[in-house]
Design a protein around this ligand. Structure first.
Ligand SMILES: Nc1ncnc2c1ncn2[C@@H]1O[C@H](COP(=O)(O)OP(=O)(O)OP(=O)(O)O)[C@@H](O)[C@H]1O
Ligand SMILES: [Mg+2]
Length: 422
């Protein structure tokens, strides 16, 4: 067999961020060419995608696209659908399920699989829907309902939040009937869920990238830069494994490879509350200590996907998951094992870990070297300057340097990225 050389073009679809794209480009550059098991050489170019008119029949130049833009900008979102559907471009998230699986559909799917989603009720719009047919339709078919009775049945405290929410928009914690009516009256044109509040001991946010997951302790009431606490082993081993499984399950089910998942843990029980966050925030200023892990995972998954010729899946193989859910002989724990096996199979996990170990053996060292050096520090300073007002620069530079120094020390000592591994 003659050895081949292949160049792969990676496209980044970006909004305001400059930090992680720079990190991603730099790590790939330092990594250099990767050899596949047959001896072929693979080289990687990265390009930031610009937005322009496109013919639906035009052929894109990209082999893989990482998207952090389409969740709010619909021209590139439609371009993503076109290149996934027509041209086989590998995307880390299916734009089809991403669009249709807002919180509500994601709740339904995971309830169907038997996960412990808190009791949730969808109530009709408070204000009339802007449609000429609404008055007649609602007069004829909308049943009067007793909001208080619904809330009492769920049991206070309750969260009221939009069925398709994000960024804490329209989220209210409700303790009694007065607050309930005030929140519903204020919901206006938003379609709302009422959800039982979990009085949690720990909030875990897990970030999954391909076959890897990092479980982080999350402090939702803190400002953005302090939400992820650096704390290892904050969950009992079983709950930690369950959080990892849930994140991977959600992703395998919806065909996502880059997503964050929020779970609340109370007395060792894991309650998922928000897990349709495809293309999540991976900013240096929010991930801090965990940023190098995220960048490595993104580079590894991208390289693995390209070199192994991974194909994006646009269909959902729901029956496989439902078969586990519906098996009357399986306990909850056994179902989780079943889901974990399906997710590992979907992410080709064994092959991925073998690939990383044998094809990119120096990556940990390369990233450690970079994060410990002056180029990374320059990126850190630049990022702080473009994120915060001038009077906060010194404070945030010192804060981030401290956390990244800690990562460098932990990484040098352990040779791994910290947190929960595979
Ligand atoms: N059932 C619940 N029990 C306890 N806390 C909850 C519950 N639902 C939501 N919360 C709290 O409200 C916050 C926002 O809720 P949620 O994550 O569902 O909305 P969001 O708009 O997606 O917010 P974000 O963008 O911050 O993730 C959560 O981070 C959590 O602190
Ligand atoms: Mg959330």
């Amino acid at each position: 067999m003659t050895a081949t050389a292949t160049r792969h073009l990676i496209g980044l679809l970006l909004g305001t961020e400059d930090d992680w794209p720079t990190a991603f480009e730099e790590i790939l550059r330092r990594l250099g060419p990767v050899q596949d098991p047959a001896g072929g050489t693979h080289e990687f170019d990265v390009e930031r995608i610009t937005i322009e008119p496109f013919s639906l029949r035009s052929r894109p130049r990209y082999d893989l696209v990482i998207d952090r833009l389409a969740y709010w900008y619909y021209h590139p979102r439609e371009w993503l659908k076109k290149v996934a559907m027509m041209d086989g471009v590998y995307l880390l998230n299916s734009p089809f399920t991403f669009q249709s699986m807002e919180k509500h559909a994601a709740y339904c799917a995971m309830m169907r699989l038997g996960l412990k989603i808190p009791e949730t009720v969808l109530v009709p719009f408070k204000n009339p829907v802007d449609n000429a047919r609404y008055a007649y339709t609602s007069a004829r078919y909308n049943q009067p309902f007793d909001l208080d009775a619904i809330a009492e049945k769920i049991g206070y405290p309750i969260f009221m939040k939009p069925y398709d929410g994000g960024a804490w928009r329209g989220v209210t914690r409700i303790r009694n009937a007065t607050e309930l009516h005030a929140a519903y009256d204020a919901s206006g044109e938003m379609l709302m869920h009422l959800q039982k509040a979990v009085d949690f001991d720990v909030f875990a946010r897990s970030l999954s990238i391909g076959a890897e997951t990092m479980v982080m302790k999350f402090q939702p009431d803190e400002p953005m830069h302090a939400r992820y606490a650096v704390e290892h082993g904050f969950l009992p081993a079983e709950a930690g494994a369950e959080v990892v499984t849930i994140g991977r399950l959600v992703n395998a089910f919806f065909r996502w490879a880059f997503n964050s998942c929020e779970t609340l843990i109370k007395d060792g029980e894991v309650y998922p509350i928000d897990y349709a966050n495809a293309c999540p925030d991976v900013a240096l200023t929010s991930l801090h200590y965990y940023f190098p892990w995220a960048m490595k995972a993104l580079v590894k998954w991208t390289v693995f996907a390209l070199v192994s010729g991974r194909k994006g899946r646009l269909d959902l193989d729901t029956d496989k998951f439902f078969a586990v859910a519906d098996d009357p002989h399986l306990s909850y724990e056994e179902k989780l094992e079943g889901y974990r096996a399906l997710a590992d199979e979907y992410f080709d996990a064994a092959r991925y870990y073998d690939f990383c170990a044998s094809r990119m053996p120096r990556l940990d060292e390369i990233v450690l070297d970079w994060v410990a050096g002056p180029d990374f520090d320059q990126l850190l300073v630049q990022t702080v300057k473009s994120t915060y007002p001038e009077h906060e620069h010194d404070r945030f530079i010192a804060h981030l340097r401290g956390l990244l120094d800690l990562w460098v020390r932990d990484e040098s000592a352990s040779g791994s990225g910290g947190g929960h591994g595979p």
